[in-house]
Design a protein around this ligand. Structure first.
Ligand SMILES: [Zn+2]
Ligand SMILES: [Zn+2]
Length: 426
């Protein structure tokens, strides 16, 4: 066939399809009739028999299209045409694959049904779909558990080899977006990711709802025993500390105790963790620290109009982050770095001598601030007092600001989760 096309210079893909279409028109088969729909459910309910004897070949298969596995098709070509590989329970592999694909793409039965219908492919029944979903869900969970255990061991080994403490980053996500301080999502998930391996060493889920329970409760019936997914009755926000504690315990039980945790600046989580793990150290996350500083400065700008011009707050934020990240080797240095900020922005450069980012010492007369309005220092005494208080607040927790951690990996993981279970804003 190929040689024929090549000789006629028709080996291009478009030509190939043209030829293919033409031949179908000529043969005028009934395989792709779009008039008479008489779908048969190719789900788990129908089994393909291996023996030819006693097999009734249903002519329904001629209607509509099928996804077929070419290997299986070729192998059985001599007798009849099976539509795919069949698992030990008699269900088609393709059904399981569709369900896996659906979970992966974050779709539900209705979307899959619409998609397949538009492709003119028969759809499996909803019960068949749900059966597979349940079965595959369990396999997913056991694979995830296995993967976490391996990651824990690897993280422990690498940390021990490098004579480092075991560090993980922690962050939680909710299925529904929290608006400010209003969290009312029905489900929440969290992950712990090893610093050395970048692998998920632990995960947890909290769910406030179970469709099965709700169905029976709605009818005021006793709920039959089932594999219930409802495991949380508190508020959505309090899921986070609870998951952190149970995950820390889980890792501890697997002889993979955590020494240092990188987390956002949520104090409840840390307080709860400290109750059970006294020696656990906390490192702030760089992103959340920056956000925290900006938030405090915006709060101050409501009372101080000197902070209003667009460039002032980002400049102060840069000064803060510079003091914290450039001096991360010791708490004392962070302290010194933070002490320089307020005098510098108010025009007193006595402490700036030791650093090269302040150019005042090079040319005191024509010195101008690049990022302050008109290049002039700030002047309000009230603002100075408030900024000094803010600096004191950060100095007091200099220890957790050293070598800032990052929960970026967890945020990325939460993002992946959100693509499988799309967030809703309702
Ligand atoms: Zn339930
Ligand atoms: Zn200076």
């Amino acid at each position: 066939m190929r040689g024929l096309f090549q000789s006629q210079n028709k080996s291009k893909l478009s030509n190939f399809f043209k030829t293919l279409n033409r031949s179908i028109k000529l043969q005028n088969t009934n395989d792709h009739t779009y008039v008479k729909h008489n779908y048969v459910d190719i789900g788990a309910e129908e089994e393909v028999e291996d023996e030819i004897e006693g097999m009734v070949i249903d002519s329904n298969w001629q209607v509509g299209r099928r996804i077929v596995e070419l290997g299986v098709l070729a192998e059985k070509m001599y007798c009849y045409v099976p539509t795919g590989k069949v698992g030990p329970t008699g269900s088609f592999d393709i059904t399981a694959k569709i369900v896996i694909g659906m979970i992966h793409a974050g779709l539900g039965y209705a979307q899959i049904r619409n998609f397949l219908t538009e492709c003119n492919l028969p759809v499996m029944s909803k019960s068949c779909f749900q059966k597979h979903e349940k079965k595959i869900g369990k396999i997913f969970v056991s694979a995830a558990e296995e993967s976490c255990k391996n990651a824990q061991q690897l993280e422990k080994e690498i940390s021990a080899d490098k004579e480092l403490e075991l560090e993980v980053s922690f962050d939680a996500g909710w299925q529904k977006r929290g608006s400010g301080f209003n969290y009312n999502s029905l489900t929440g998930h969290a992950s712990m990711i090893g610093k050395q391996t970048g692998k998920v060493t632990c995960y947890d889920i909290r769910s406030k709802s179970c469709k099965f329970c709700e169905h029976h409760e709605g009818k005021k019936e006793t709920v039959p025993s089932h594999d219930c997914c409802r495991n949380w009755y508190g508020s959505s926000k309090s899921m986070e500390p609870d998951m952190a504690v149970s995950m820390a315990h889980k890792m501890n039980d697997n002889e993979c105790a955590i020494d240092v945790i990188h987390a956002d600046n949520d104090s409840t989580t840390m307080l709860k963790l400290k109750l059970d793990f006294e020696n656990l150290k906390k490192k702030d996350d760089q992103n959340h620290t920056t956000k925290g500083i900006t938030k405090s400065l915006i709060e101050l700008s409501k009372r101080h109009k000197e902070l209003k011009p667009g460039e002032v707050i980002p400049y102060l934020n840069r000064c803060f982050m510079y003091a914290i990240t450039q001096n991360s080797s010791s708490e004392l240095q962070i302290d010194d770095g933070l002490s320089r900020i307020v005098p510098h922005v108010f025009g007193d450069h006595e402490l700036c001598g030791a650093v090269d980012w302040c150019t005042f010492k090079d040319d005191p007369i024509s010195f101008k601030y690049k990022s302050l309005p008109n290049g002039k220092p700030l002047i309000s005494e009230d603002l100075r007092r408030d900024l000094e208080n803010l600096i004191e607040k950060y100095k007091s927790k200099a220890s957790s600001l050293r070598n800032l951690g990052s929960t970026q990996a967890n945020e990325s993981f939460n993002h992946s989760v959100a693509t499988k279970a799309p967030k809703s804003n309702e």
